[in-house]
Design a binder for this molecule. Structure first.
Ligand SMILES: [Fe+2]
Length: 230
């Protein structure tokens, strides 16, 4: 097991464009239970339910998906809530030095990235794996065809262009980027079904991609890009 396989690694088909607000991309899961805290620090995020039946995926077991959703994604949501509430408490300590506050702030971004990417990941599963729509046109335009794109996406994994990017951890790009297709390559995403055979997991993932969702993101990202380019 090398360092790469142990560490976070996520493959993103990404439109490198401007970001969205955190509230928008985390679904704005804020309720009014604690009015004494600012909305940014209430820590009331709730896990987003799976949009598909986890027993129906091809080559990915229900046990794997449920464990991933409950323990890893759910864990990130719970951690983010804890961190926000801790930040709220710390903000009220007037003499608290920045070097105590800083590491918690760093963790907030790591966990936010984990929540955002996991939601993208689960939302782009549950389909038939057949690329279609405007995003397929963009793939053809920028990669010369689906097979070329898929080949690079499987291997590696700004400005309105379409690229495959590989993110080392949850801090990079995700919270303010516009990922189109997210593949989780943490071992927790495949080890239960495939052991160390990560390539087989990638093959299974590709059979379950919900391209309707990827296309929806692509069209939405294009609109944002157009509005920012004026
Ligand atoms: Fe994960």
């Amino acid at each position: 097991m090398d360092g790469l396989s142990r560490r976070d690694s996520l493959k993103l088909l990404s439109a490198g464009m401007a970001g969205l607000s955190l509230t928008a991309i985390t679904g704005g899961n804020v309720d009014a239970q604690d009015k004494s805290s600012a909305p940014a620090f209430r820590g009331q995020h709730k896990p987003k339910p799976l949009g598909f039946d986890p027993s129906k995926l091809k080559g990915l077991s229900e046990k794997l998906i449920q464990s991933h959703w409950e323990n890893n994604y759910g864990g990130a949501v719970r951690a983010l809530n804890t961190l926000e509430q801790r930040l709220d408490t710390m903000m009220k300590e007037k003499d608290l030095p920045p070097f105590i506050y800083g590491p918690i702030k760093r963790e907030e971004l790591v966990r936010t990235g984990s929540v955002v990417l996991h939601e993208h990941y689960f939302d782009n599963l549950g389909g038939d794996g057949k690329a279609a729509g405007a995003v397929l046109g963009a793939i053809n335009q920028w990669f010369g065809g689906y097979e070329q794109w898929a080949s690079e996406f499987s291997r590696t994994v700004h400005t309105g262009e379409l690229h495959n990017y590989w993110a080392w951890d949850h801090m990079h790009n995700a919270p303010t980027g516009l990922p189109l297709l997210v593949l989780d390559m943490y071992e927790h995403a495949f080890h239960m079904d495939y052991g160390a055979a990560a390539a087989k997991y990638v093959e299974a993932f590709m059979q379950n991609v919900k391209w309707e969702e990827v296309n929806r993101r692509y069209v939405a990202a294009n609109k944002i890009h157009e509005s920012l380019s004026k």
